[in-house]
Design a protein around this ligand. Structure first.
Ligand code: CA
Length: 440
C-alpha cells in the first residue's frame, strides 16, 4: 500500500500557477495519467500527466534528457499511444516517474522552462482510452445499491444470501467502452411489457446510468496463480470514473437465469484520467463491517486491508438535458455518494477475481458497481432515484425524468478532500444519449 512521501507534501506548489488554484482537480499532488493528442490534428496519441489546466506530454518529456533510470523507463512506456506497457511495469516504476515529475514541476525547479515546452493545455486536447482494455469485469460492491435495487423486485428479501460473503461480479464487454465525450445510440433490444404475452424488438424505454469507479489493472498474474490480498494493490495501476450505462427493460427480460448481456454491452464510458493509488494515499480509510455482518473469509482479509482498504472519494452525478444545453443552462446535480461506503475494497476485488486462478492482464478494467450511499437520495442510478420509474424527478427548468431521454448528457465527477492534504479530483466523465436507430 503506498505511503505518504514528499510528493504528497501539502506545502508543494507548482511553477504552473493553474495547478495551485484551490478548485483545480490536478494539483502537483495528483499527477494522473491519460492518453491525448492536440485536437483536430493527425498527431499520434501519447500518454500524458495532468497538471493544473495542462498536460505534461510524456513523449516530449522522455526526449528532453531530464529523466533517468526507472523514471525515464516509465516515461518511455508512458509515451506510447496505449498505457499498457507503463501499467505492466508496476508500482516502483510508477512511483519513480511520479517523484521525478513532482520535482520537475515544483516551484523553483531549474528545469521549469524545459518542462514548460512539454505542456499542452487541456482545452486544446482530445483524449482516447488510457489503454487497450482486454477484459472488463463489473462488480456490485455497494450494499446500498444492491439493497435498493433488490427491494424493487423482492421487497421482503432485497439482499440475496451470498451478498455479504462473495464479491458479486460478471464478465462485461470491453469493445464498447469509450472515453468521456462518448455519444451512443439508445440501444434496441427485446423487451416485454408486463401486460403482453410476447416480447418485441423495441428501443430501450428504461435507459439508465450507473455511477461507478473503474479500476485499471497494472501487472497481471500468471494463469493458475492467485493474487494474495497482501499483494493485490501492487496489481492496481489506478482508478477512474466509470459510467456503466444500463438498459433496465432489456435487462429485466434477458437476465433470467444468467446475468446481464445486451442490457450492458452497448456502451460504458470512462474518464480520461487515471488517478494512481499513490496519489490517493492521503484518502485511505479503514474498511469496516457492521458488527452483525459476517467478516470476510480469511483470503479476503488482511490487517492492511482492515486498517486502510477503503478510499474516501466523493462522487456526484449531474444531468444536462438537451433543452438545458440549448438554453446554456448548467448541468444539475442528481445525487452524491462516496466510494468509502463500498462493501468490498479494491484489494478484495483483485484477490477474489484471481482466487480461481484467473489471470488478470495489464489494462484490464474492473467496475466497482454502482456506488449508492445509505440514503435514498444518494442512489447512483436513476432507477433508484425514481423508485423503479414510479416517482419522476423534477428538474429546475420544469422538465421531469423517470429514465434518460434522447439528448441527455450525464456527467460523473469525483474528488477527494478533507484533512491536511491538498484536495485532488478525477476530472469528469460525460456521455450523451442519441436517438435509437430504427429496429432492424
Ligand atoms: Ca454496473
Amino acid at each position: 500500500m503506498p505511503t505518504l512521501n514528499e510528493t504528497h507534501d501539502p506545502a508543494l506548489q507548482s511553477w504552473l500557477e493553474t495547478a495551485n488554484l484551490p478548485d483545480t482537480d490536478f494539483p502537483i499532488q495528483n499527477l494522473p495519467f491519460g492518453v491525448f493528442r492536440v485536437a483536430g490534428t493527425e498527431e499520434h496519441f501519447r500518454g500524458g500527466v495532468a497538471i493544473g489546466d495542462s498536460i505534461v506530454d510524456l513523449h516530449a518529456l522522455s526526449e528532453t534528457g531530464l529523466l533517468s533510470g526507472p523514471a525515464h523507463e516509465a516515461a518511455q512506456a508512458g509515451a506510447l499511444p496505449e498505457l499498457n506497457a507503463l501499467m505492466a511495469l508496476g508500482p516502483r516504476a510508477w512511483s519513480a516517474l511520479r517523484l521525478a515529475l513532482s520535482r520537475l514541476l515544483r516551484r523553483g525547479a531549474p528545469e521549469a522552462s524545459a518542462v514548460r515546452a512539454c505542456l499542452v493545455t487541456q482545452v486544446d486536447a482530445e483524449y482516447r482510452l488510457p489503454c487497450r482494455i482486454h477484459d472488463f469485469t463489473d462488480f456490485y460492491t455497494s450494499i446500498h445499491h444492491a439493497t435498493a435495487v433488490g427491494s424493487l423486485f423482492r421487497p421482503d428479501n432485497p439482499l440475496l444470501p451470498n451478498y455479504k460473503w462473495v464479491p458479486i461480479g460478471y464478465h462485461g464487454r470491453a469493445s464498447s467502452i469509450g472515453v468521456s465525450g462518448q455519444a451512443f445510440h439508445r440501444p434496441v433490444g427485446q423487451t416485454k411489457a408486463p401486460d403482453s404475452d410476447t416480447p418485441a424488438l423495441t428501443p430501450c424505454r428504461r435507459l439508465d446510468y450507473e455511477l461507478e469507479m473503474g479500476v485499471f489493472i497494472g501487472p497481471g498474474n500468471p494463469l493458475g496463480t492467485p493474487v494474495p490480498i497482501g499483494d493485490a494493490e501492487d496489481h492496481v495501476f489506478g482508478i477512474c470514473l466509470l459510467n456503466d450505462w444500463s438498459a433496465r427493460d432489456i435487462q429485466a427480460w434477458e437476465s433470467q437465469p444468467l446475468g446481464p448481456f445486451l442490457a450492458k454491452s452497448f456502451a460504458s464510458t470512462v474518464s480520461p484520467w487515471v488517478v494512481t493509488l499513490e496519489a490517493l494515499a492521503p484518502w485511505r480509510r479503514p474498511f469496516r463491517r457492521p458488527a452483525v455482518d459476517p467478516q470476510p473469509l480469511p483470503y479476503l482479509s488482511s490487517p492492511a486491508n482492515s486498517a486502510e482498504g477503503a478510499f474516501d472519494i466523493r462522487l456526484e452525478v449531474l444531468l444536462q438535458t438537451e433543452a438545458m444545453r440549448s438554453r446554456g443552462e448548467a448541468p444539475v446535480s442528481l445525487s452524491r455518494s462516496n466510494f468509502r461506503d463500498s462493501y468490498w475494497t479494491v484489494a478484495q476485488l483483485v484477490t477474489h477475481h484471481s482466487v480461481n486462478g484467473c489471470n488478470l492482464q495489464p489494462g484490464d478494467l474492473m467496475g466497482s458497481g454502482t456506488q449508492s450511499g445509505p440514503e435514498p437520495e444518494a442512489g447512483g442510478s436513476i432507477l433508484e432515484l425514481t423508485r423503479g420509474g414510479k416517482q419522476p424527478i423534477s428538474l429546475p427548468n420544469g422538465e421531469t425524468r423517470t429514465f434518460l431521454e434522447d439528448g441527455d448528457t450525464v456527467i460523473l465527477r469525483g474528488h477527494c478532500e478533507g484533512g491536511d492534504a491538498v484536495p485532488i479530483g478525477f476530472g469528469e466523465v460525460r456521455g450523451t444519449v442519441l436517438p435509437a436507430h430504427s429496429p432492424v
